[in-house]
Write a protein that binds this ligand. Sequence first.
Ligand code: 5GP
Ligand code: MN
Length: 332
Amino acid sequence: MTLEVNQIKEYLAQPRVIGLFSHRNPDGDALGSTLAMQHLLVQMGHTVKVMVPSEYPQNFEWMPEVDKILVWDLDSEDIKAYTNTMDFAIYLDFNSLDRIDKMGEYISNKTIKTWTIDHHIDPIIISDWIYSVPEASSTSELVWDIIIQFGWHKYLNTQIANCLLTGIITDTGNFAYSVTPDLLNKVAEILKLNVNYEFVQNAIHNTMPEKQLRLLGHCLINRMEIFPQFQAGLIYLDKEDYKNFEIKRGDTEGIVNYLLKLKNIKIAAFITEQPTITKISLRSKGDVNVEVICKEYFKGGGHKNASGGALYLPLHIVVKILKEALTKYNNI
Ligand code: 5GP
Ligand code: MN
C-alpha cells in the first residue's frame, strides 16, 4: 500500500490541530501507536490529542503521557469540544469506524482531513489517505516505517521508542507470532534509543494485581472446557463471576492465551457475559483462521490468529453458536 509521503508532509508543513483515534478496549498497540504519533507530531509544533472510546488496562499506566488520553466513556464533552477545533484526524489500529463507537458517528460528520494507519484486514474506513499493511506485526511497526520513510529520524526519542516497543511486544504475543527478520531489525533500532527493555517487559507482563491471578485460577479450574473433536478449548465467565470477582476492564486480558498452551488445541475461545452483550475472543495457532469465524458468526473481525466479536445474546446461546462454528470449520 502506498504512502503519500509528499502530500502528507506538505499538509503537515503548517501547524494543525490533530486528533489521534484508536479502538475500544485499547491494547498495547492502540496505545503505543497513538502515543508515539503524539510524541512525534507535538515536536513538529502541532496540537495533538489521543482519544479512545473506553479505558485502558492498568499495565499500560506507565506509558509516557497515557494519562492525557481522553476517554469517551469518561470525557465525552472534552472530546466533542476538541473535535470541533480539529482539522486532521488520524485513525490508528482499526479498520472500521464502528470500532470507535459513538466517536465514529460524531467525527464522520465533520469535513476534515483523515488518515488511516492500520494492519487489520480489509479496511472500510473512508479517508483521504490510507496506509493499510495487513502483513505488518502491529500498527506500531507501521508508525516506525512512517517515521523512517518520511525522514523524521531527528524526532526519534526514548518516549517514542517505549511506545512503539510496547505495541510490537503486545501484538506479537511477546515475539511469538508475526515475527520476521525485518521486524527484529526494526526492534534493534528501537532498542538503540535508550530503551530500558527489562523495565518495559516487567511493566507490561509482571504487574498483575492479586485478584487477577486468582481470577485466572478460577477460569482454569472451574470455567474451562475442552472440545477434543474440534481441537478447541473454551473459557467463559458469566455475570455472577463478574460480580463475585469484581472483574474490571483489563482483568481478563490474556486469559484466552492459556488454552493455546495445550498441545492438541488449535483454537481458543474466551466468552464473557457482560451487562447487555456477550463478548467473544478467539485465538488460534498456525494456519487456522479465526477471523473468518468472528466475521461470519459474531459480527466481529480482527486478524487470522486473534479476533473478537460480540452478540446481544445470553452466554449459553453464544456457546452454542461457537460449537456450530467449530463444527462447520472443522469439516473444511
Ligand atoms: P480481543 O479478542 O483481544 O478483544 O481482540 C482481538 C483482535 O480482534 C483485535 O485485533 C481487535 O482489533 C479485533 N476485534 C475484537 N473485537 C472486534 C470486533 O467486535 N470487531 C472487529 N472488527 N474486530 C474486533
Ligand atoms: Mn494492532
